[in-house]
Ligand binder design. Structure first.
Ligand SMILES: *[C@@H]1O[C@H](CO)[C@@H](O)[C@H](O)[C@H]1NC(C)=O
Ligand SMILES: *[C@@H]1O[C@H](CO)[C@@H](O)[C@H](O)[C@H]1NC(C)=O
Ligand SMILES: *[C@@H]1O[C@H](CO)[C@@H](O)[C@H](O)[C@H]1NC(C)=O
Ligand SMILES: *[C@@H]1O[C@H](CO)[C@@H](O)[C@H](O)[C@H]1NC(C)=O
Ligand SMILES: *[C@@H]1O[C@H](CO)[C@@H](O)[C@H](O)[C@H]1NC(C)=O
Ligand SMILES: *[C@@H]1O[C@H](CO)[C@@H](O)[C@H](O)[C@H]1NC(C)=O
Ligand SMILES: *[C@@H]1O[C@H](CO)[C@@H](O)[C@H](O)[C@H]1NC(C)=O
Ligand SMILES: *[C@@H]1O[C@H](CO)[C@@H](O)[C@H](O)[C@H]1NC(C)=O
Ligand SMILES: *[C@@H]1O[C@H](CO)[C@@H](O)[C@H](O)[C@H]1NC(C)=O
Ligand SMILES: *[C@@H]1O[C@H](CO)[C@@H](O)[C@H](O)[C@H]1NC(C)=O
Ligand SMILES: CC(=O)N[C@H]1CO[C@H](CO)[C@@H](O)[C@@H]1O
Length: 569
């Protein structure tokens, strides 16, 4: 053990550091090379395998990773406001991970790897769990949410809590994506004032800029795939029930799910394997059809598209009348079909999903979410071990919110909650079930699963901007991958609240793969084969980027740590 540690120290001392050590505020202009000429991976691109390799050969430690990511967060947070809280325990957890690794104990691929989580995924530590609301500032949970516990068990370091659209965008008809009372307005990094989309806004912006390896988001309808779409990311929205929602601040038990937002398909796949699994505290996970969670990273097969049949539901993205906003997206999607064909896939174009037309004119989903929320948010309040404002029901939450000035009411209304209360029924009523079964019928047999069966398809593909709703109402999975970006001459279009730019030059967009429940392994394979053939992410650059790199923190540590090490040795 001692010997191994010594080797690590010696190896580190070989790193090529500049003679005058740059401070963190004035980062090294040229991330230098380290052990044996191996470079430090630039953190905006670094994959999990890059980080594992550097941790294994001693180029850097998990403590270095936490220091580098923290410095990067602080460089851009005042502009983008994507991380609300840093975990004060992250450094000590990283030091433990380093010590374990030095002893030869590695808990899994995520061992010692910093990951951010959306601020509606509760942790039983000193971090707040607020969904962005003062109603929950100071609230405590009795234990970690299951997904947070699984991340820790896999060795990951929870680096902090990412900003979001408040209450996962389930409060107001007239708010903005990425805004919370306790975290401010998140912005995207691809255009000044970019709408980051939501509701996993901070998770998207942070993962894209390399402020952690990746982030967890949650989705009820679009909240993982949509911020992944506009932040140049891969997002996996898992089947409802593949990942536990225990102690995740809910909207709807029928639609909520937790998933990874990462820069590559493989990184997202590694994280999904770590967080998926049955949980006696969330009985939707009983539906998982396999005893062992698949090794999703192993599904990343360059040839996965060969012989596959992919359907295109054109009526779901009819852009007539909105060509200025969506034309470039559909043009890029159309052009991508050649990539699929060249990879050996068969395209079944122009499939008509009748169910989409019905759902687009209906209120079934809003009714399901409203009735679920009344029940599910009350259950969440009841689980708190400390409830700072003694709020137990949606009525009380609304009253608190309207009476607390920083919650920005009535400028941002609470009409979504009022409509849920006005339903007058909860999710065990006949009215609820008639709406929910309508969702399943139109989104399923007349929608995604019907099309997959009727046309013998492996997946449906469509632009991510239009992909979320049918899978949302039936609880089916989506994987999104970067596809392109808006051209330089794109007209800038503001968001409806008027405080952000929704559409603008350089803003990225993605392509989605839709499949049957629990078909993540197949979708990940298809997405990986597409990603590897296109590598679109690397062609899109943010307008703002943090400068701190691993070289800066490693060299600073070496310069400052010599005496300490001499004493220890
Ligand atoms: C939750 O945190 C509290 C306070 O640190 C601790 O006493 C308790 O044991 C924790 N619960 C679990 C299940 O670890
Ligand atoms: C990021 O900025 C927001 C808004 O000013 C703030 O609430 C938050 O605490 C900041 N995050 C960190 C890690 O300082
Ligand atoms: C949106 O873009 C316009 C045009 O480039 C710019 O003037 C404006 O400042 C941007 N909005 C925000 C909130 O930054
Ligand atoms: C799941 O648990 C809830 C309460 O926690 C219960 O009402 C429901 O019947 C259970 N569902 C199944 C399928 O076991
Ligand atoms: C995309 O392809 C479809 C089907 O071929 C066609 O109808 C549509 O006009 C194309 N759209 C764009 C923007 O190229
Ligand atoms: C919540 O209830 C507890 C116990 O009844 C009480 O001590 C506390 O003052 C209440 N807090 C608020 C904000 O009303
Ligand atoms: C949002 O809606 C509320 C209630 O209808 C209204 O008072 C408020 O002015 C609206 N805010 C904006 C920014 O339009
Ligand atoms: C659905 O919910 C609405 C209330 O939003 C209710 O009036 C209706 O009876 C329910 N059932 C159907 C099939 O629409
Ligand atoms: C699939 O086939 C069934 C039975 O013929 C039909 O009712 C349904 O509309 C079809 N769904 C789609 C999406 O084609
Ligand atoms: C941008 O340029 C392309 C190619 O020259 C053109 O087809 C398109 O109409 C232009 N878009 C706008 C919004 O001017
Ligand atoms: C406005 C607000 O409540 N901001 C909070 C953001 O998070 C920090 C901790 O990182 C709190 O100290 C602030 O109060």
């Amino acid at each position: 053990m001692w010997f191994q540690k010594l080797c690590v120290a010696l190896a580190l001392s070989l790193a090529t550091c500049p003679n005058n050590i740059f401070s963190l505020a004035e980062p090294s202009p040229n991330p230098s090379t380290a052990v044996g000429g191996k470079p430090f991976p630039p953190l905006i691109e670094a994959t999990l395998e890059d980080l594992i390799s550097g941790l294994e050969d001693g180029r850097f430690t998990s403590v270095d990773l936490v220091n580098a990511y923290t410095a990067r967060i602080m460089e851009v947070n005042s502009t983008l406001k994507m991380v609300t809280y840093l975990n004060p325990d992250a450094l000590s957890i990283a030091a433990e991970a380093d010590a374990l690794r030095a002893e030869g104990t590695v808990l899994g691929p995520l061992h010692g790897i910093p990951i951010l989580i959306k601020n509606n995924i509760a942790t039983n530590d000193s971090e707040p769990n607020t969904a962005g609301s003062y109603a929950l500032l100071g609230a405590k949970v009795p234990q970690d949410s299951t997904v947070a516990a699984k991340l820790r068990k896999a060795g990951a370091i929870i680096l902090g809590k990412a900003n979001l659209s408040q209450w996962a965008n389930w409060r107001s008809d007239n708010t903005s994506n990425g805004w919370t009372a306790d975290g401010g307005q998140t912005e995207g990094a691809y255009y000044p004032g970019q709408d980051p989309s939501g509701s996993s806004s901070g998770s998207g912006v942070a993962s894209s800029l390399g402020l952690a390896l990746a982030a967890l988001g949650t989705e009820t309808d679009g909240s993982i795939v949509s911020p992944s779409n506009v932040n140049n990311l891969v997002g996996i929205k898992p089947t409802v029930g593949l990942t536990s929602r225990f102690l995740v601040i809910p909207i709807s038990e029928h639609q909520d799910t937790v998933g990874p937002m990462a820069r590559t398909v493989k990184d997202a796949a590694y994280i999904l394997s770590a967080i998926a699994g049955k949980d006696s505290n969330d009985n939707y996970t009983d539906a998982i059809p396999f005893d062992t969670i698949p090794d999703y990273a192993a599904a990343c097969d360059h040839d996965a598209l060969k012989g596959k049949r992919l359907g295109i539901p054109r009526n779901v993205f009819d852009i007539t009348g909105a060509e200025e906003q969506y034309g470039p997206i559909v043009a890029a999607f159309n052009a991508s079909l050649e990539v699929f064909r060249a990879a050996g896939a068969e395209i079944v174009d122009d499939i008509f999903l009748e169910g989409y037309e019905v759902l687009a004119r209906s209120n079934y989903e809003l009714t399901v979410l409203g009735a679920d929320f009344v029940t599910n948010i009350a259950s969440y309040f009841a689980k708190l071990s400390y409830n700072p404002n003694n709020i137990t029901t949606l009525e009380e939450l609304q009253e608190f919110t309207q009476g607390f000035p920083i919650e920005d009411w009535p400028e941002r209304d609470t009409r979504i909650w009022q409509r849920a209360l006005d339903l007058g029924f909860t999710n065990d009523s006949p009215e609820f079930w008639s709406n929910y079964t309508a969702d399943l019928y139109y989104g399923g047999l007349l929608g995604v699963t019907g099309a997959l069966t009727n046309f013998s398809l492996d997946a449906l593909i469509l632009p991510t901007t239009f992909s979320s709703t049918l899978p949302a109402v039936i609880g089916a999975p989506i994987v999104t991958v970067p596809l392109g970006k808006y051209p330089e001459n794109q007209t800038v279009i503001p968001n409806s609240f008027g405080n952000l730019n929704d559409t603008a030059p350089n803003i990225p967009f993605g392509i989605s793969f839709l499949g049957k429940h629990f078909s993540e392994e197949k979708l990940i394979g298809l997405a990986y084969a597409f990603e590897q053939r296109t590598l679109v992410r690397n062609t899109i650059k943010p307008y703002i980027e943090p400068k701190t790199e691993l070289a800066d923190v490693v060299c600073k540590r070496q310069a400052g740590g010599k005496e300490q090490r001499a004493i220890r040795l």
